[in-house]
Design a protein around this ligand. Sequence first.
Ligand code: NG1
Ligand code: ZN
Length: 535
Amino acid sequence: MANKEKVIAASAKHPRPDRIFSYGTAGFRMKANLLDSVVFRVGLLAALRSRKLNGQTIGVMITASHNPPEDNGVKLVDPMGEMLDQSWETYATSLANATSDEALFTLYEKLTSDLKINSEAPARVIVARDTRTSGPTLVASLVEALTATGVELTDYKILTTPQLHYLVRCINTKGTQYEYGEVSEKGYYEKLASAFKKAMRSKKFDGGVVVDCANGVGGPKLNELIKYLGRGEDGLAIKVVNDDVLNPDALNVQCGADFVKTNQRAPPSVKAAPLERCASLDGDADRIVYYFTDKSGQFHLLDGDRIATLAASFLADLARQSGLSGKLSIGVVQTAYANGSSTQYVTEHLKVPVVCTNTGVKHLHHAATRFDIGVYFEANGHGTVLFSPQAIKHISQHEPSSPAQADALETLHSLTDLINQAVGDALSDLLLVEVILAHKGWSPENWLATYKDLPNRLVRVEVKDRHIFKAYDAERKLESPVGVQSLIDEAVGKFSKGRSFARASGTEDAVRVYAEAGSRGEAEDLAGKVASIVR
Ligand code: NG1
Ligand code: ZN
């Protein structure tokens, strides 16, 4: 039984501001000065979660990803390195909103008994944070909750979000048949670097890549990874830019994956030659987008949809070339925000099935586990490729019947280690894209030429109450307010290749309207019409 006095006394040091909190798609995220009580209470939930799972290690990540420097956030990571089980999100929300220290403790005890948690069971938590200045104080709040509830804690200080997910998975699989890697940051770099070298073998890179790290944690961590990759004659030349983590105000400002995706242009600080490969990470390095300018100076974005199609085409080829295509099901998971051309390319050209899920990586991740090789990416660059236990078994046990089969199999095998199986990881995805382009001998122009994006527009519409907008069919249609969907359908029907939908954002107080159509003007027009329907 938790010590009532201890928990209440500790909680009293972390008063809850007069606000309603909600654990959303990205955990809790807001202005950092509002987060103290939330992080303390997340500590209590982490204690419960670990005890419920009989001492398996739970991760706590303190980050606000691509948000501005003054924000911060907190989210929980489950034992296999995946997002917190959805059914527990409501407990997080209830704890965060408990109205007094006593009410908080009563709720904590109620959850212990309702969820049949053995309060004598061990509890283990690891925590990491990004480079925001508010991070250390928030970690201190977490520590107080963990101390009051007798949890064993390891503080990994500054890490990327995917590195924390990696460590959680390594710890919980240690000594089992699913062992994932060495439990250290060094183990992460070694695993990636060794898989990368194995995947490349004698293949050569055509030039290097400029990587914008959003002045976030990805900068120092990429610089560290480079040491493990080696810079031999044949090595990949990675030029790191925007890796200033000493100036806290520079984080995500005029740079980073979100800036590039939203503004459809390169950060002013990224100076690259025509046709040079460029990539931008977000503030906690779990998202990546590529881009380049052509010889006429025109900017071209290669976003998450492009990475998904590139990966799916390469993996389908490898499965075929290694003689495993009949044994491995391959699928791509997207959200409604994926460009219609990418979906068409995957289904009609690659002949690979596409599944559409709700927004938020936990939904995509879950759907991807239904394939032997499940490729999932959000258009904004968050994603990875999952290999089922069955796929890993086939890949490691298959007897190749020719040198060509053996070669493809070796590449496929190395990718199972190169690609982060816990969560989308910008550093791992960066190396994956580089490997694929090198194998295919493709420039970014070749990559872009695979299909032509439909012109599209995403608008944010401020509404009085976004909660009245209830979506279904993977958020492509609205069931309420009644009548709105038929107005949207009517608007869409007037445009060639038109597609549009509106849904309430899970992270911002707004409704998002997405529209695509045959021309830029039509896409703008359609987005405007649908926006005025929901406004
Ligand atoms: P919302 O605010 O629910 O649209 C946004 C992104 C998601 C995802 C989450 C963060 C778009 C359109 N939406 O969600 O893809 O990244 O933030 O988890 O980019
Ligand atoms: Zn992020």
